[in-house]
Design a binder for this molecule. Structure first.
Ligand code: NI
Length: 227
């Protein structure tokens, strides 16, 4: 499922992130690319150990932890912190699949990338191009979201960023190792969680159907989660 998660950051938070990125030291984005994607990738990003990147990354992770829709859809075990990227002057990223494993630069457990995410940080009218495009069978889906919104998608998906032909496109990209690795099961749990929330709202938490459905949700997670 390719899912939009609105308002991960509020307008004030986005403005603060953008102002701090204005004085950032950008490096060639190919430093974190794999062999194939190195050929496809043309952008700038903050170095992974840049204190600014680490500070902003921690703030994004904190916002994600409080976002119910993200937590329900991703069921995160581990999140590889955001890489902050900048595209301008015709920069883009042609078709690729993200690396399966991300290793933290200073040790710690590797992150299997079950889900990829792009947090848009520039207002859509501040740039042309810069669409995130996904192949869905014969169709192509193009995503370009308001600043502060996130798109979450299976990391198995072939995707690209079209060249930015005007202005500057800022984004944060990160990866999630999910408690539930398999996309179909994870999507089913997300749908069930949403339906259970409706039942609880309409019937009340004490209703026997609500109690049983909450139990089914947790028992499925218990059966499918890998920790
Ligand atoms: Ni990618």
């Amino acid at each position: 499922m390719i899912l939009r998660i609105p308002h991960v950051l509020c307008a004030d938070q986005v403005a603060d992130v953008r102002s701090r990125l204005q004085t950032a030291s950008w490096v060639d984005g190919r430093v974190t690319a794999g062999e194939q994607s190195r050929l496809a990738k043309a952008n700038l990003q903050l170095a992974e150990d840049d204190p600014l990147a680490r500070g902003l990354g921690a703030e994004v992770l904190q916002a994600l932890a409080g976002n119910r829709r993200f937590m329900s859809a991703a069921l995160p075990l581990r999140i590889f912190p955001p890489l902050f990227s900048l595209y301008c002057d015709g920069m883009g990223f042609s078709d690729h699949v993200d690396n399966a494993i991300r290793r933290p630069p200073h040790g710690g457990p590797p992150c299997r990338t079950d889900l990829s995410a792009t947090l848009f940080l520039s207002d859509p009218d501040a740039y042309d191009g810069g669409e995130l495009c996904f192949r869905e069978g014969l169709e192509e889906r193009r995503v370009r979201l308001p600043a502060g919104d996130l798109v979450l998608y299976p990391a198995t998906t072939v995707h690209r960023v079209t060249p930015v032909t005007r202005g500057v496109r800022l984004a944060g990209v990160f990866w999630v190792q999910s408690l539930v690795a398999e996309t179909g099961r994870r999507d089913l749990l997300f749908e069930l969680d949403s339906a259970v929330a409706d039942v609880r709202r309409d019937l009340g938490d004490a209703h026997s159907a609500a109690v049983r459905l909450v139990g089914i949700y947790h028992n499925l997670v218990r059966g499918w989660a890998q920790t």
